[in-house]
Structure formats: C-alpha cells, structure tokens
Write a protein that binds this ligand. Sequence first.
Ligand code: NAD
Length: 305
Amino acid sequence: MSAEIISGTEMRAAILEELASEVEAMKAKYGKVPGLVTILVGENPASVSYVTLKVKTALKLGFHEIQDNQPESITEEALLDLIEQYNQDPNIHGILVQLPLPKHISEEKIIYAIDPDKDVDGFHPVNLGRMVIGGEDGGFLPCTPAGIQEMIVRSGTETSGAEVVVVGRSNIVGKPIAIMMGQKGRGANSTVTMVHTRTRDLAEHCRRADILIVAAGVPGLVKPDWIKPGATVIDVGVNRVGTSSTGKAILSGDVDFAEACKVAGKITPVPGGVGPMTIALLMKNTVRSAWMALENKSSAAYVCR
Ligand code: NAD
C-alpha cells in the first residue's frame, strides 16, 4: 500500500485562486482591496524570508500591501505607536508582526495591542477565546491550525466521530488544533487526545488515531508501527536535518515519511505539506477581515465564508 500524498502546495494554489476571485468581487462591489501590513523588526534571516514570501503572495493577490521594516533598535513604545496607527487606518485590514521580536520588546504586549478585528495571525487572546467558544461566528483562527484543518477537509478525510491524536501542546499548533478538531462544525466533531512529553505511552495513543497530527519538532519521532493502517497523517514538523552541497537546508518532518507511506492512507510531505497552507490561511483571514470591515461587521458577528 502506498499512501495518497496530501499536497499543501497544490491546495495553497487552489485557495489563492479562490481568494483572487474574492478580491475581484470586492473591487467590483466596493472599489476596495484587502490591506495587509507586515511589520518586520530587525533582520533575522528566517524572518526576512517568511516576510518576503507573505508580501509577494499578498501583492500577487492584488492586496494593498505595506512592508514596514523597522530597525532592531526600535523601542517597545514606538512599536506600540506604530501598531495603533495601523489599528486606526481604514485601508489596513490585517496587521502582522513577524515573530520573534528582539528581547527588549514584549511579544505579549505587542500582540495584545493589535485590534482583534485586524489580528489575521489569530494570536490575540480575544481571538483565541472566540476559537475556544467556537461556532460559526468565531474570530480569526490561528493560521497553521486552520491550514491543517483545511487540508484534512480538502483531502476528503471524515472527521466526524474520528479519533484524532495530536502530538504536541504548543500555543501555536498543538493546543489550538486539538480544540478546533473537537468543536462542532465542518472538519471537526472528532474525539481528540492531545499527547506530549509527559504522556506515558505515546505510541499506543498514536496507534488509535484515524487522524494523526504531529507537531513536536522532533525528526522521525513517529515510527511506521505507531500509525493505524489507512490513517490520515498530518506532519507539521519542520526540522533542519542537514545542509545540501549547494548550501540549502535539508528539511524533514516529525514522521518517518518513506516508511509511513507504506501504512498510512493519506499523508502530508515535508516540505510541501502544512507549510504552504499557513500562508494561504493568512491571506484568507485578511480577505475575511476586509469583507468584515467593508460590511461593518465585527469578526465576532461575521459568518465565515
Ligand atoms: P514547540 O516546541 O513549541 O512544541 C512542541 C510540542 O511537542 C511540545 O508541546 C512538546 O510537549 C511536544 N513534544 C516534543 N517532543 C516530544 C516527544 N518526544 N514526545 C512527545 N511530545 C513531544 O513547537 P511548535 O511551535 O508547536 O512546532 C512544532 C513543529 O512544527 C516544529 O518542527 C515547527 O518548526 C513546526 N511548525 C511548522 C509550521 C508550519 O507552518 N509548517 C508552523 C509552526 C510550527
């Protein structure tokens, strides 16, 4: 048996095409396009490359995009003022502050300062609270978990009543995806177990999973005999395991991919799996935020498209 590969790259292309049509429809109806500001502090190479990709994607979709690069030396106060300026700007619908920030700036303070209705990363506690409460009128979902759920839905995997095991309990992946999969609604209604470093028998839990979501950051953690035959495996891990002769990073997931393919029903590759979906969902949140603003609705009262 060889698992069906769930391609995040292909799904991202499909989502971006759908969003491009929405941008056209918005332009036709309101003469406006979604506005996204990406704030980058300093020159951390990984952050620069993430921001560059986000900016390129936003521009390709026809967004009004501001790339606001700030020096490493910017004070917390000045950054808070900048965020307030974008909070008040009616042409900006999404504010993205690339993390991590320099040590002299509190990430918590910065995230809290973003208007929850412009928090397209879905990191503000108001949006996390709305996510926990659930329902059709939720706020912005954090992009990586939202991307994971979208992949599961688009791959045709049944989630209702399914046993879902999530490996990892971080605030940005493990915890939110575990909550989301257990909610009522599309791509959810699952029975969820969240496992972590203190779990007694990790393998035994994983073997029960109809859908196994792995976000541990440990290359090759999940062995093929931890996978239930036919299960859907979502490998979130992105681990640098070496460098190619051309100096490029060699990446690997948390699952032994080649062997897992012989057991799983469907599986995501690394790279080309969850990674590309994160950016697609960021764009989707921004388009949704723009619709909300143009139709005078708060995210708490807006039915997800
Ligand atoms: P994290 O380090 O914050 O959390 C890892 C979690 O895994 C922890 O809760 C820990 O308890 C658990 N864990 C670690 N080792 C374990 C083990 N041996 N057994 C059981 N549980 C274990 O990491 P994170 O931010 O959630 O990221 C996880 C992975 O996902 C990383 O490789 C990261 O690069 C990747 N990631 C990818 C994307 C994407 O867009 N593709 C986004 C975010 C994170």
